[in-house]
Design a protein around this ligand. Structure first.
Ligand code: SF4
Length: 273
């Protein structure tokens, strides 16, 4: 990676806690993570979301006479079983030492009925073809670079709608009542800017999928968010150059793998100042 370039995903991380950027940039090793059932559920949800276009394309899925969504549920179960069986192979390095039973438990917490009901609802509202156009990837995790922006990123998918390419992010947490959470909105804006630089087009919106609910949110790419991206890029660069940021008051330390380093650095700093 070229020096000075930041990742679009670092924008969301910065908004969670700027110190995450600092610790990640200081470590040569793979990023530290707490690997628990919740984390595994997120990985499985993402893999499952990447297969939804295959599920929706199946005969019978979304049909008006399939009131119980039997066809979608059957296909989602098949995909979920395959992903559960293959997860440790797919993420071999990251999940080394993880027990298969933990993966099974994580998969069990995914509510297939919620996802299948939402698939049926979208088919009812916009039709199967329009839904397939929205969610069928033309590329998955395709890395985009822009030297002009000083940003790189790999949106979960790129989709082609009305001849244009749009970025698409899969999120595995809770969904907001409407729109997208701020970090998701800014990350999709950064991805949209990368798409524009790469393909020479204007991107008016991107899509964020809240995968637990198969909730698709179109996010308009706004001028003030574009400005914010450039401002955050500069702040992230300074942190990656070695400037330790302050710890935000509402930092999510409880779920952070850097708690120990963070406390040590804090007590060292308080010794000197
Ligand atoms: S321990 Fe808390 S303050 Fe430190 S990096 Fe993690 S989330 Fe941020």
């Amino acid at each position: 990676m070229k020096t000075g370039r930041i990742l679009a995903s670092e924008i969301a991380a910065y908004l969670r806690c700027p110190r995450l950027i600092y610790f990640r940039s200081q470590s040569e090793d793979a990023e530290q993570r707490i690997i628990d059932t919740k984390y595994l559920t997120r990985l499985i949800l993402k893999e499952l979301a990447l297969t939804h276009h295959c599920t929706v394309a199946r005969d019978g899925v979304g049909d008006a006479d399939d009131a119980d969504n039997t066809a979608a549920i059957k296909q989602l179960r098949t995909e979920l079983k395959r992903i559960t069986d293959e997860l440790l192979v797919l993420y071999r390095a990251e999940l080394s030492g993880v027990d298969q039973q933990m993966v099974v438990d994580a998969a069990d917490s995914i509510d297939i009925d919620v996802i299948s009901a939402q698939i049926a609802e979208y088919v009812r509202i916009i039709g199967k073809d329009a839904l397939l156009t929205k969610i069928t990837p033309c590329a998955v995790e395709h890395t985009l670079y822009s030297d002009a922006l000083g940003i790189a990123g790999a949106p979960d998918k790129l989709v082609r709608i009305n001849g244009g390419i749009l970025p698409y992010l899969i999120r595995t947490g809770e969904k907001p009542d409407q729109g997208a959470w701020k970090p998701d909105r800014l990350q999709i804006t950064a991805c949209a800017m990368l798409v524009e630089e790469t393909f020479g087009q204007t991107v008016k919106y991107g899509i964020v999928e809240y995968a637990r609910f198969f909730e698709l949110r179109e996010v308009q790419i706004r001028l003030k968010d574009r400005r914010k991206i450039l401002e955050l890029r500069n702040r992230i660069r300074r942190i990656k150059d070695g400037k330790m940021p302050d710890r935000p008051r509402d930092a999510p330390c409880e779920f952070c793998a850097y708690t120990e380093n963070c406390v040590t650095q804090r007590s060292l700093a308080s010794k000197f100042f």
